[in-house]
Design a protein around this ligand. Structure first.
Ligand SMILES: Nc1ncnc2c1ncn2[C@@H]1O[C@H](COP(=O)(O)OP(=O)(O)OP(=O)(O)O)[C@@H](O)[C@H]1O
Length: 370
């Protein structure tokens, strides 16, 4: 094991408070730290200011404060090809993609990691809230200690190759303490607001953004019994279980999206949060990434998350052929959404994740949902 001073760590710096503190902590521990800002998206906000330029200026300020070298790299082409194209294709197919999972898999922990290694780095560090530890010659990924901020859901596609090369300096620290550290050290980003939303969309209106890239195809909004309830603006603007933006008036419980028929361009709606059509018993997921590289031979019980910041649910997992899994829920789940990730956990350890492909009901196969 090399001494910290002989260990070069590239820190992926976004210009936010988390990666600033990650760089600070590594520097304090004596590592040879280099800050790199990655530009993935060419954009200007409504005032004509490029948000990436502003973020990079913050990276420069922090790196100067920490007295570490910095620079910027451009991954716009890779991001477009690997993340944005997937994002649009998924919406076209009527699914709800997760670009953050894909960005971590293809960009941050592949293209960017390779770039860092080619610069002689021993490790790539980020400000993600997750932990890694070695066990029996393999690296495990554990949840961040701050339950509210744990980001392992988005990191479910990392493989051993990446895991042996990453550092997550914030994994053991609760977020409020990270802010505190930034303030105490007077970091230029100490008071910067946390970023929200999908990175390339930012705070913008999602509908407006998507309509710039995909033609909207309005169609009928119907109940599952075939009663027309109005028009939808395009199936891609709606996700399963969504309540907002349907504009259906009248008496009774609020209305929710309960299904989509992509070939006929119909949006199914139903009344009540707990509408029966939203509930399912199991799912089939594809592209399963077993984080420890070993495919289990038998079925097993564990817990799972079907979306970020959701409480874990108890499930039984059946490994299938072609990297697919069947996940059976111990209690029925609401609004399981194709395109989103299902991520498996054994207590603190993240076992890996897959992309939800089909949603199943016990009584009968579910009809063309999502
Ligand atoms: N443009 C970028 N260039 C380099 N690294 C990045 C960039 N964007 C994100 N990262 C890295 O990925 C981590 C997680 O990104 P995410 O967008 O979830 O950030 P965050 O939780 O808002 O963190 P931060 O406060 O550092 O922006 C960041 O902490 C950073 O290390």
């Amino acid at each position: 094991m090399k001494e910290p001073k002989d260990t070069r760590v590239v820190v992926g710096m976004s210009g936010g408070v988390d990666s600033s503190v990650a760089a600070l902590l590594l520097k304090e521990q004596g590592y040879d730290v280099v800050g790199i800002f990655m530009k993935n998206w060419d954009d200007t906000d409504e005032n004509g200011v490029c948000t990436a330029t502003e973020d990079y200026e913050d990276v420069i300020r922090v790196c100067n404060q920490l007295d570490i070298p910095y620079y910027a790299v451009n991954f716009e082409k890779q991001y477009w090809d690997k993340v944005f194209t997937y994002f649009l294709d998924e919406y076209k197919a009527g699914r709800t993609p997760n670009p953050d999972v894909m960005c971590n898999k293809e960009i941050k922990f592949k293209a960017f990691l390779d770039h860092a290694l080619s610069l002689g780095a021993d490790y790539l560090a980020t400000g993600h809230y997750a932990r890694v530890r070695e066990r029996d010659g393999r690296v495990e990924m554990l949840r961040g200690v701050d339950e509210n901020k744990d980001q392992t859901y988005f990191l479910n596609q990392l493989d051993q190759e990446a895991l042996t090369k990453v550092m997550f300096p914030l994994g053991d620290i609760p977020k409020p303490e990270v802010r505190e550290i930034a303030l105490e050290n007077g970091l230029a980003t100490a008071k910067k607001k946390d970023s929200t939303g999908i990175c390339f969309i930012g705070e913008r209106n999602f509908k407006e953004f998507l309509s710039e890239y995909l033609p909207a195809q309005p169609g009928k909004m119907e109940t599952l019994e075939g009663e027309t309830k109005g028009e939808h603006d395009g199936l891609m603007y709606y996700t399963l279980g969504q309540r907002q933006g349907l504009g259906i008036g009248g008496a009774g419980d609020p209305w929710f999206v309960v299904g989509k028929n992509v070939s006929e361009n119909i949006l199914y709606v139903g009344q009540g949060f707990d509408h029966e059509a939203l509930y399912s018993d199991s799912l089939i997921a594809v592209d399963m990434n077993w984080m420890d590289n070993r495919v289990p031979e038998d079925s097993f019980e564990c817990t799972a998350k079907f979306r970020y910041r959701q409480k874990d649910s108890k499930v039984t997992v059946h490994p299938l052929t072609d990297n697919r899994i069947k996940v059976v829920f111990h209690e029925r789940e609401r609004a399981i959404t194709p395109g989103q990730a299902v991520v498996l956990y054994d207590n603190e350890v993240c076992l890996g994740g897959a992309t939800i492909d089909e949603v199943e009901k016990n009584e009968e196969p579910m009809q063309h949902v999502g």
